[in-house]
Design a protein around this ligand. Structure first.
Ligand SMILES: Cc1cc2nc3c(=O)[nH]c(=O)nc-3n(C[C@H](O)[C@H](O)[C@H](O)COP(=O)(O)O)c2cc1C
Length: 175
């Protein structure tokens, strides 16, 4: 398999970008996500894939609900903050306007389209991302907005590369 050619095919699709937020035991987390999409109509289901390297993944393992923020072209600074910084090192939520949403989920006030979802299942097949299958439960905000797409953010250096794993190893949920 030619990985570069596959990357080229995926890049042409210009995936839209979201920020997924979660909270558990007073710990807030959130990261930029390009792997996501609706995966059932009846019942309604939405899937997001979180990297095992990320602080957000570790917090999401203990959370029932997630905030899914669909970024618009105006939100490149939020994309940078949530895609290039890690909650392992900084408090991203002190650097942007947030509010406490239903189920304790932290919400990003700037986002025009935000949905709350409840986790129904998880799939892990040994890859570096884990699939969280969810049921949309609440529309927090809905407005017309031009979606932010991968070509506008692909220059960002991720806060964690997908091959990283937390140190010390005893803190790893899985490998
Ligand atoms: C363009 C782009 C797409 C990304 N897509 C994903 C993704 O689909 N899933 C994911 O878990 N992380 C993804 N990331 C990586 C995280 O957003 C990034 O490592 C973040 O800093 C992790 O923050 P955290 O450690 O606070 O969770 C992406 C990053 C970039 C720049």
């Amino acid at each position: 398999m030619d990985g570069d050619a596959f990357d080229g095919v995926m890049r042409q699709l210009e995936p839209t970008m979201i920020v997924v937020t979660v909270a558990s035991s007073n710990e807030r987390a959130g990261c930029l996500v390009g792997f996501h999409g609706q995966c059932s109509i009846h019942p309604l289901r939405y899937a997001v894939w979180l990297s095992k390297a990320n602080h957000t993944y570790r917090v999401a393992l203990h959370a029932d609900h997630l905030g899914v923020h669909f970024l618009s072209t105006k939100e490149t600074e939020l994309a940078r903050l949530f895609g290039s910084e890690s909650g392992d090192e900084v408090d991203k939520f002190s650097q942007c306007e947030t509010e406490l949403g239903p189920y304790g989920v932290p919400l990003l006030c700037a986002c025009a389209n935000t949905v709350l979802v409840r986790r129904t299942a998880m799939f892990e097949d040994g890859g570096d991302h884990v699939c969280f299958v969810t049921e949309p439960t609440d529309i927090v905000r809905h407005a017309e907005a031009k979606p932010l797409r991968l070509p506008q953010v692909e220059q960002l250096d991720p806060g964690h590369h997908s091959t990283e794993r937390p140190e010390p190893p005893s803190h790893r949920v899985d490998s």
